[in-house]
Design a protein around this ligand. Structure first.
Ligand code: HEC
Length: 96
C-alpha cells in the first residue's frame, strides 16, 4: 500500500507544471532567435532596441507574442507559457 501511495505521489509531482522563471523561458523558447537578433528580433541585452518595443506597452507586446510578429511564430515557441512567463522572459531579455 505504501508503495502505491509513493508511486502516485511521484507521478502527481512530476506532472505538475511549475511557473517558469524568465531565464528558464528564455533559455527554452526565446534564446534561439533573440540571442543573436535573428530576422530583426530585438537582441537580448540591447537596451535601445528593447526600449523602443517596451514603449508600446506590455499588453501590446503580449499580443505580438500570441499572434506572432514578423519572423516570430504565434506563441513564440512556447505555446504553454502563461502571460506571467512571457512577461518574465521579456524582462530578462531587455535587462540582461
Ligand atoms: C523564431 C524566432 C523567434 C523566437 C523563438 C522568439 N522570437 Fe520574439 N521576435 C522575433 C522577431 C523576428 C521579432 C521582431 C518582429 C518584428 O518586429 O518584425 C521578435 C519580436 C519580439 C518582441 C517585440 C514585439 C513587438 O510588438 O514589437 C517581443 C516582446 C518578443 N519578440 C518576445 C519573445 C519572447 C518572450 C520569446 C520566447 C517566449 C520570443 N520572442 C521568441 C523572433 C523570435
Amino acid at each position: 500500500m505504501k508503495k502505491v501511495i509513493l508511486l502516485t505521489s511521484i507521478i502527481m509531482f512530476s506532472t505538475v507544471s511549475w511557473a517558469k522563471t524568465g531565464a528558464e523561458v528564455y533559455a527554452q523558447a526565446c534564446q534561439m532567435c533573440h540571442a543573436a537578433g535573428i530576422a530583426g528580433a530585438p537582441k537580448t541585452g540591447d537596451k535601445k532596441a528593447w526600449k523602443a518595443r517596451l514603449d508600446k506597452g506590455t499588453s501590446s507586446l503580449l499580443t505580438s507574442i500570441k499572434k506572432g510578429k514578423g519572423a516570430m511564430p504565434p506563441g513564440a515557441m512556447c505555446p504553454t507559457c502563461s502571460d506571467a512567463e512571457y512577461k518574465a522572459a521579456i524582462q530578462y531579455m531587455s535587462k540582461k
